[in-house]
Ligand binder design. Structure first.
Ligand code: TXA
Ligand code: MG
Length: 321
């Protein structure tokens, strides 16, 4: 019997029942698939950490459907409200001060006095969260350290047997995790790069400079400390040709490569970086499964969302060293 089910009114109801009983449900969002559980139920959250093999020091993002609901658990600053207005629902998580009487489990926040919150932009995610009637803590639905899932099948292959239900809702449109921003002060501080870029944030806020914590020695976001997103196959970044003649090659832009390789795939033949982001994890999953001696990837321009893509790739390659 499979626990992978496409979204219907019945399977959605089943998903909500599972959450109410303290189970875990994988569900689609516009960024990546999440592994959801009731954020106020410590036992359910412990199961999320167990299924992922995630270190308990790494806090989870809580998902909501409205700013009003979030305000029961987190303190909004004027900056946070402005960001929320522009980017929610959407691929942004805000780190805010946690309110004292919040019923969210300390496991979700890893004992910090802050909390990460997000309103996703996906009809299934929003319906699911709304009907659960509780905040849904959801890390990406992959085992800790492996590639994030952008399709339901990725969840099945990785942690499928330990998840109570996987709601299949098609490929994730964005394919890269949300941008995490500390919005407790007056100036936003980017803690994790994502689909929403530094330029996007500066533009909507009318700021010339914002802070970022990406290359800091002591990152404020515990997740940034850990090596991430890595396939099992050896990765070679910034390659103009495949490292191995029997390896796989991921291209970007028009295909001018005529040399030898076992398999070529194009992340975006027009060189569109948003398309690259949407395809990256899915193509890495596929090549990883097909089992080549190596995967070589062409250079990705380090601008706009390319910064977030290169950040993920660097972390992936680092993990393998
Ligand atoms: O796009 C996404 O954000 C996906 C979907 C499912 O919403 N979720 C996701 O969750 O990527 P996860 O757990 O894989 O990444 C959450 C990141 C981690 O780097 C974690 O350290 C950081 O957010 N984080 C969570 N709470 C935090 C806090 N209170 N302060 C700083 N960083 C925090
Ligand atoms: Mg993750």
């Amino acid at each position: 019997m499979t626990n992978l089910k496409s979204v219907t009114p019945e399977t959605l109801r089943e998903a909500v029942e599972i959450i109410k009983r303290g189970g875990v449900v994988a569900f689609p969002t516009e960024t990546v698939y999440g592994l959801g559980a009731d954020a106020t139920n410590g036992r359910a959250i412990a199961k999320v950490f167990e299924v992922k093999g995630r270190p308990a020091i790494n806090p989870l993002i809580s998902h909501f459907t409205s700013v009003k609901d979030i305000a029961k658990h987190a303190e909004f600053t004027p900056l946070a409200l402005e960001l929320a207005e522009h980017f929610w629902p959407g691929p942004m998580a805000l780190v805010l001060k946690r309110v004292d009487h919040s019923k969210i489990s300390d496991l979700v926040t890893a004992g910090l006095d802050t909390i990460a919150v997000r309103i996703p932009n996906h009809p299934v995610a929003l319906q699911f969260i709304e009907r659960c009637g509780v905040p849904i803590a959801a890390p990406s639905a992959n085992s800790s350290g492996y590639l994030s899932p952008t399709r339901a099948e990725h969840v099945v292959m990785d942690i499928g047997e330990n998840v109570d239900l996987i709601l299949a809702g098609g490929p994730a449109r964005i394919g890269l995790e949300s941008t995490v921003i500390d919005a407790r002060g007056k100036i936003p501080k980017i803690l994790r790069l994502g689909h929403i870029t530094e330029e996007d944030i500066k533009r909507v806020l009318g700021l010339d400079e914002i802070e970022n914590d990406i290359d800091s020695e002591k990152p404020q976001s515990p997740g940034q400390l850990l090596k991430h997103y890595a396939p099992k196959t050896k990765l070679y970044l910034n390659q103009s040709k495949p490292h191995d003649a029997d390896g796989a090659f991921l291209l970007v832009g028009p295909d001018m490569f005529t040399g030898a390789c076992a398999k070529k795939m194009n992340l975006s033949d027009t060189g569109d970086l948003y398309e690259v982001a949407a395809n990256l994890f899915a193509m890495l999953h596929q090549l990883d499964k097909e089992g080549y001696p190596s995967i070589s990837i062409m250079p990705i321009p380090n601008q706009g969302i390319g910064l977030a893509i290169n950040d993920r790739l660097r972390k992936a390659a680092l993990k393998q060293e």
